[in-house]
Structure formats: C-alpha cells, structure tokens
Design a protein around this ligand. Structure first.
Ligand code: PAF
Length: 280
C-alpha cells in the first residue's frame, strides 16, 4: 500500500494506473476510520474499482471557527493498519499546506441542496466540502467515488456537483452502518460520555418508530417530526433540526405520498452534535 502526501505524486500515481487500464475508486474520509468507512471501501470494490484510494484529510475549510477542527480525532497509524488489512492500494494523506498552499480564493459552491438542514447551523460547511472534494477528485482522478448515506445531505450535494461540473465520475452512496444497538457509526461518537451515548440511542430508535408509524398509515409528516423532537428532548438531547424532505431534492414534504422521503435530523448530546437519517 502506498502512502502519498502530495497532490502531484497522487496525480502521477493515478495517471500510471489509468494508463494500465485500471479503474480507480476514491473513498474520501477525514480519518479516524471505523466500520462505516471500511464498508465504503467494500462498496468501491463491489462496484468495480480495480484500485481503491482512501483519502485522509481533516479539511479545515469545512469547519467554522467555533467547531472542532483542532480536536477532531486523528490516529493515522490506526487508519493505516485498517487500510492495510482492507488491501487498500493507496492512502492519500496530504498536509494542509499541500492542499491549500496559498490562501484559498477559489471555492466550489452548490446553491440549492446545500442550503437547508445542516447548513442552517453550519452555513459555511458545504462550500468547504465541495471545494475539498473537487480538489481531491483532481488529485486522485477517480472513475468511481463512494460516500456514505450517513452524511445524506453531503452525498446529495456532491452528487449534484459531479453532475453540474461534469466530473467523469460515477458516484455510489453506501448504506449507513450502525452499532448493534442502532447508533449510527461516526468518528464523533468518541466524544460521548457513556450516559450521552446511551441517551443518543433515541435517534435511531425514534427514526425506526417513525418508519413503523408511516408503514401503519400515518401520513402527517409534521406530526412525525414533532414526535421525534419531543423524544430527543425527553432523552436529554438538544434538537438542531428534525425535517422530512424529498429524498433527492431535499425539499420539505409535509404529507407522505408514494414518493420516497427522508427524515433527517441533527441533535446535540452534551457538546457533541450527531446526525442520522432514514429514507422511507
Ligand atoms: O464526510 C467526510 O468525512 C468529509 O466531509 C469529506 C467528504 C471527506 C470531505 O472532507
């Protein structure tokens, strides 16, 4: 497995593989890998990637000044061992100066899907994500990109970026991986105290209960969202948002029809902000 630190070296590595006719899959991450990330590697292989490149880069420009960029968990040696085990072909782990050698004055900005949900409390976040992922695409030159459904809004925004900016990349969205008790896997789960972690189970549980209610004929999605908010608050969480939206366009939907909807939520347990969602 190669460890690549510079954009130029990454491009040369990928161009050499492409000349050999091999397809490249990219799994972009911020490191501190867990089973959720490892499932993305499997998804890349299952979708025909001959080579898989995992990128590990904690991207400063997607964090607001009051957010957890400095304390975001990092453990490169652990990540490297997991990637070796998964037979990843290369890790691309640039430093901040490699990715942003000069002050950034050019950003990629999606203007619809990136405006609601998480953007209401993280208004600069998605410009940081689209900008860095465009740069990662230009470094890794992939045929295939895999993102997780856990970050559902991010996945929709990036799918739109690929379409609108004509990146010649097929994107696959991989399902959420959960702990045995339902908590969606996330690098930020590490911040939770045992009590907060136990309280946070309300997220997956209330989503599942909402799904059951809809299966039993409930069509009032405003009521569904309000019930989830009440359950989170009763469990000691602080709701950021609970919204019912069209699963692709992320527009608000108040009455369930045949079309798939997504219930998306974010809530704080202690100081940790968790997100989760379910497509129904
Ligand atoms: O989902 C993440 O880990 C990040 O937002 C991503 C896509 C790697 C961009 O920094």
């Amino acid at each position: 497995m190669d460890i690549i630190r510079s954009v130029k070296e990454m491009q040369q590595w990928s161009l050499a593989r492409r000349r050999e006719g091999r397809t490249i899959g990219i799994v972009p991450t911020m490191g501190f890998l867990h089973e959720g990330h490892l499932s993305l590697i499997d998804t890349a292989r299952a979708n025909g990637a001959d080579c898989v490149v995992v990128t590990i880069f904690v991207n400063p420009i997607q964090f607001a000044p009051n957010e957890d960029f400095d304390s975001y968990p990092r453990d490169f040696e652990h990540d490297r061992a997991l990637c070796e085990e998964k037979k990843v072909d290369a890790i691309f782990a640039p430093g901040v100066n490699d990715m942003y050698p000069a002050p950034v004055t050019c950003y990629v900005s999606e203007r619809k899907l990136s405006k609601g949900l998480c953007a209401k409390t993280r208004p600069t976040h998605f410009d940081g994500v689209t900008t860095v992922v465009a740069k990662l695409f230009n470094a890794v030159l992939p045929d295939l990109a895999v993102f997780g459904q856990k970050d559902a809004q991010q996945a929709r925004v990036l799918r739109r970026m690929i379409r609108d900016l004509n990146f010649p990349i097929r994107m696959v969205i991989s399902p959420i991986i959960r702990e045995a008790d339902g908590l969606a896997k996330s690098s930020r789960n590490k911040y939770l105290t045992p009590e907060e972690r136990s309280n946070a189970l309300v997220l997956s549980r209330s989503l599942q209960e909402a799904k059951n209610a809809i299966a039993n004929g409930e069509k009032d999605l405003v009521k569904i969202a309000n019930e989830i908010k009440e359950k989170i608050t009763a469990a000691g969480g602080r709701v950021d948002y609970v919204e019912t939206v069209d699963a692709d366009e992320l527009e608000a939907v108040e009455v369930k029809s045949e079309a798939p909807i997504m219930i998306a939520l974010a809530a704080y347990f202690g100081t940790t902000r968790l997100i989760d969602n379910m497509v129904i």
